[in-house]
Design a protein around this ligand. Structure first.
Ligand SMILES: [Zn+2]
Ligand SMILES: [Zn+2]
Length: 230
């Protein structure tokens, strides 16, 4: 073998598009050459689940809107929770969970190097009490989740510093509004989406600094406007 052939290195071949069967739902899915390159780059094997099943698997860790009636496993009171009554772990209401009536340190345990990690984390997960709703310092807001420093609000998810809000999602520093989403600093609004610093308006989309306006899209600094679009 001469020197040249000895040093010969085959040119790196780009992988072909591959069709695979999802191990979970049995449907076909494709993996593109760029995907293979990316998996190689971050050092993980190619997936065996289709994109939809992968998304479901990621999202099962965040229950944002499905609420259940159940009892707090510490004080026994009726509560609303993101965990069903038959959840395999104890669920505490916010008051109990934040109290000194239990000590999280009691659940510490030694790691056993002879047993699989996931087996041990599952056991721990089923023992440690879970917080009934993701909420902090709310008053009179039993049906909210991912909410903090809010008052008198109902059926809101991802609500921060909200007051008298209903049926809204991802609204922060908001007041007296219904059916809004992705809104910030709005007041007396209805059906506003991606709206900021607006007041007394309805059906606004992607607007800012609007007042007494209705049915606007992509508008800024409007006052008493109706049916405008940019
Ligand atoms: Zn699948
Ligand atoms: Zn409780």
């Amino acid at each position: 073998m001469n020197q040249e052939s000895k040093n010969y290195q085959p040119k790196k071949q780009l992988k072909q598009t591959e069709t695979r069967i999802c191990q979970n739902c049995g449907k076909e899915f494709t993996i593109e050459p760029e995907d293979f390159e990316f998996y190689e780059k971050i050092g993980v094997p190619a997936p065996t689940f289709c994109p939809d099943c992968r998304l479901q698997r990621r999202m099962m860790w965040r229950n944002e809107r499905k609420l259940y009636k159940r009892k707090c496993d510490l004080c026994g009171k009726d509560i609303i929770s993101i965990y069903p009554p038959d959840a395999p772990f104890p669920v505490y209401c916010s008051k109990c969970w934040n109290s000194d009536k239990w000590d999280p340190m009691d659940y510490g345990r030694e790691y056993d190097w002879d047993k699989p990690f996931f087996e041990q984390i599952e056991k721990l997960y089923k023992k440690v009490p879970h917080l009934s709703l993701m909420e902090l310092n709310n008053t009179n807001c039993p049906f909210v989740n991912y909410a903090w420093f809010s008052n008198n609000s109902y059926m809101c998810f991802d609500l921060g510093y909200g007051e008298d809000m209903m049926y809204s999602k991802a609204c922060h520093f908001v007041k007296d509004s219904i059916d809004c989403s992705y809104a910030k600093k709005i007041e007396l609004c209805y059906e506003c989406v991606e709206v900021e610093k607006s007041n007394h308006s309805s059906f606004l989309k992607n607007c800012e600094n609007c007042l007494d306006s209705h049915f606007l899209t992509n508008c800024k600094n409007c006052s008493s406007c109706i049916l405008c679009e940019n």
